[in-house]
Ligand binder design. Structure first.
Ligand code: 5CA
Ligand code: ZN
Length: 409
């Protein structure tokens, strides 16, 4: 699949510190990416509706990681999927009388436009579930040869009992796992399952649903194995970070890790699991199923500068859950105007220590609000009406904000 266009990242003097992020399986902030090439798989959208601010906040979090890694001297190999066939997409297509392929193509195109407008660096590989079916089939066969697969009426299930470390990435009680599994696409109560948490790998064709012929029969892939296949076929058995919103911790990322590690008989699947907090509106998580959404594309169509949307999101730490208010946007618009005024001046106060503070903040668990505050304080002193002698300072601030925060001033 085609990703969205790249944006150039300005060079900054010097090099950023090694990047630490919060690993949700360990529950602590840890050093990341031991090698020169940093590898990251971020779970992509299920394209049945437009990008809302919750999605945007999650992809922005991993964009900050991408930028901080580059600044620290890594090459970054970033992979993202598109879940272009799955239950919610098919259900929406039926409910609205659309062809599921057209719905997926249209919403994926809109997502690309939103990501471009928000200056999110594109993944090197942007891969759809449908185009990955041959790999999925190979991987399920490998799992089967390892004794990790059983069948119920043509549907193939993964035996969670084959992963000795099952549960160690999400650290939840069995009761919580069962509740979340039922809530998020699983089928704990199906008769014939060996363990209620065993997850669907391949679903035999259902009437009026898309299906593909394969050595596993006529059907379509389950959700988790799609991400295993895309991640491991491109990045190898182990990669640095698997990312997504906090709602993917269980079952999705636990199941990906279990299936990936059992398949390769090695591990870990990801060295670190990193999750963004959830954005709410009117007291509830913004979600396509609840419909309480603020769409990036609607804001853009109303004439809102995407840089202001990005700045509004940057003012919340990626890991916290937070609620969107209109004041987030009005404050960001005012801040953007001040920042632009300050960097448009011919001179400014010395900026090297501001660059150092922004780098420090981002390398320390992607603390964007601290980085924003560092720029604010340079801007405050730049706009104070005493003379400044540093001719290079506005340019350095402008490049810092562009390279590390992704906001073009
Ligand atoms: N296609 C799968 C992943 S393989 C999927 O979860 N798609 S999604 O469209 O439902 O979500 C895309 C990403 O946005 C996920 O990382 C999800 O955790 C994140 N996300 C969804 N809602 C919110 C929200 N309200 N706040 C923050 N992130 C969110
Ligand atoms: Zn995924």
């Amino acid at each position: 699949m085609r990703a969205w266009p790249a944006v150039s990242v300005p060079m900054l003097p010097g090099v950023g510190a090694p990047v630490k992020v919060h690993d949700s399986s360990l529950g602590s902030v840890v050093a990341t990416a031991p090698g020169r090439v940093a590898t990251m798989y971020v779970c992509g959208i299920t394209p049945y509706d437009a990008t809302h601010l919750g999605h945007a906040a999650t992809y922005l979090a991993f964009d900050l990681l991408n930028r901080a890694w580059r600044d620290a001297g890594h090459d970054v190999h970033y992979v993202q999927n598109v879940t272009d066939v799955d239950d919610p997409l098919l259900e929406r297509a039926v409910a609205t009388g659309q062809d599921w392929r057209e719905l997926a193509l249209r919403e994926t195109a809109l997502f690309r436009d939103d990501m471009t407008a928000l200056r999110i660096l594109p993944p090197r590989d942007y891969v759809g579930a449908v185009e990955s079916i041959p790999t999925v089939v190979d991987y399920i066969e490998e799992l089967d040869r390892g004794g990790a697969v059983y069948e119920i009426a043509g549907d193939l299930y993964f035996r969670v009992s084959t992963d000795p470390s099952f549960g160690t990435r999400s650290n939840l009680s069995e009761t919580d796992m069962l509740a979340l599994f039922a809530e998020r696409g699983g089928d704990p109560g199906r008769i014939g399952k060996e363990h209620p948490l065993d997850a669907l790998l391949w679903q035999r064709a259902r009437p009026a649903e898309p299906a593909w012929d394969s050595r596993l029969g006529h059907g379509r892939p389950g959700w988790h194995i799609e991400c295993v296949a895309i991640a491991q076929s491109i990045l190898g058995a182990t990669f640095d970070v698997q990312g997504g919103g906090r709602d993917l911790i269980f079952p999705h990322h636990e199941m990906c890790a279990a299936q990936g590690q059992v398949r390769t008989a090695s591990g870990p699947f990801a060295r670190n699991y990193v999750h963004a907090g959830l954005v709410a509106l009117d007291g509830e998580k913004m979600s396509k199923s609840r419909g309480n959404l603020v769409f990036v594309s609607k804001l853009r169509a109303a004439g809102v500068d995407p840089a202001a949307i990005r700045l509004a999101l940057l003012n919340h730490h990626y890991r916290s859950d937070w609620e969107w208010h209109d004041s987030d946007l009005t404050n960001a618009i005012a801040r953007l105007e001040r920042w632009r005024r300050a960097v448009a001046a011919p001179t400014g106060p010395a900026a090297e220590s501001t660059l150092a503070s922004v780098r420090e903040a981002l390398s320390n668990d992607l603390s964007a609000p601290t980085a924003v505050a560092a720029i604010d304080s340079w801007v405050d002193s730049a706009l104070a009406d005493h003379p400044h002698e540093h001719v290079d300072a506005p340019g350095l601030i402008s490049r810092t904000v562009d390279a590390l925060l992704g906001v073009a001033l």
